[in-house]
Design a protein around this ligand. Structure first.
Ligand code: NDP
Length: 248
């Protein structure tokens, strides 16, 4: 665990697989944790479940592809928990299809939610971090943004774009005590990946040198480190965690 006592964090899309593990890990390290969601029923159920384990996570309804909703989201969190020190841009979706069959809607939705969201959310938070002289921004990208993946021109473009954002912003805010990094997970054993038919999943696993899927807790541990004071010299970097499936 890191020492994040007194820090306020926002993990977007924290009621899903990887985001939920990140929320719990940051809370274990002592941070106050907020997350946002679209699906209220799912989010409330999740909040109640984690409460039984002693976790008090603040949840807010806000669509990260909607700029005004993000303005309100950050205002609400800052009035209830205090200024945000740690931002994890985790919310993301896929809408796969071969490029020749891909609709404009599939393209736009994936770009808006995975990439435009970085502007919408980070924009509300970076000035305060700069004034206070400390901040951590961690963007959850994907192995498929690094190597490309057939059927995912939209997702690969958005995820590669996230790292461009990371590198540019990291340079702009480096002197303000703010680090900006990308985490690029490989195949992680979330509900989405476990729903893939077993024979296809086994083929995926066979292509991973470590011989298994990743665990959400492994991604969360890396994010926890990047959020800490100890990670102050890491910025503008893309941290792969993919079992050796893609080596850069
Ligand atoms: P999940 O589908 O389990 O969770 C995604 C979360 O994002 C959900 O909580 C969802 O909330 C939220 N979300 C989606 N769209 C929006 C939106 N417009 N506004 C607000 N919240 C939104 O996904 P994972 O946990 O698997 O993925 C998390 C991140 O990790 C994503 O960015 C994904 O691309 C990336 N990733 C995942 C990998 C994997 O193997 N699972 C591999 C590599 C990267 P709600 O349900 O309420 O809409």
């Amino acid at each position: 665990m890191s020492d994040l006592k007194g820090k306020v964090s926002l993990v977007t899309g924290g009621t899903g697989g990887i985001g939920a593990a990140i929320c719990l890990r940051l809370a274990d390290s002592g941070a106050k944790v907020a997350t946002n969601y679209r699906n209220e029923e799912k989010a409330k159920k999740w909040q109640n479940e984690v409460k039984k384990g002693g976790y008090d996570i603040n949840i807010y309804q806000a669509d990260v592809s909607d700029f005004d909703a993000c303005v309100n989201l950050v205002k609400m969190i800052e009035s209830e928990l205090g200024p945000i020190d740690i931002l994890v841009n985790n919310a993301g979706i896929t809408k796969d299809g071969s490029f020749r069959k891909m609709s404009q809607e599939q393209w736009n939705d994936v770009i808006k939610i995975n990439l435009d969201s970085l502007f919408n959310v980070t924009k509300q938070i970076v000035d305060g971090m700069s004034e206070r002289g400390w901040g951590r921004i961690i963007n959850i990208s994907s192995i498929n943004g690094q190597k490309g993946q057939l059927g995912q021109t939209n997702y690969s473009a958005a995820k590669a774009g996230m790292h461009g954002f990371t590198m540019a912003l990291a340079q702009e805010v480096a002197r303000k005590g703010i680090t900006v990094n990308t985490v690029s997970p490989g195949y992680i054993a979330t509900e989405m990946v476990m729903a893939v038919p077993e024979d296809i999943r086994n083929k995926i696993i066979a292509s991973i040198p470590v011989g298994r899927l990743g665990k959400v807790e492994e991604i969360a541990a890396l994010v926890d480190f990047l959020a800490s004071d100890e990670a102050a010299f890491a910025t503008g970097a893309d941290f792969s965690m993919n079992g050796g499936q893609h080596m850069m």
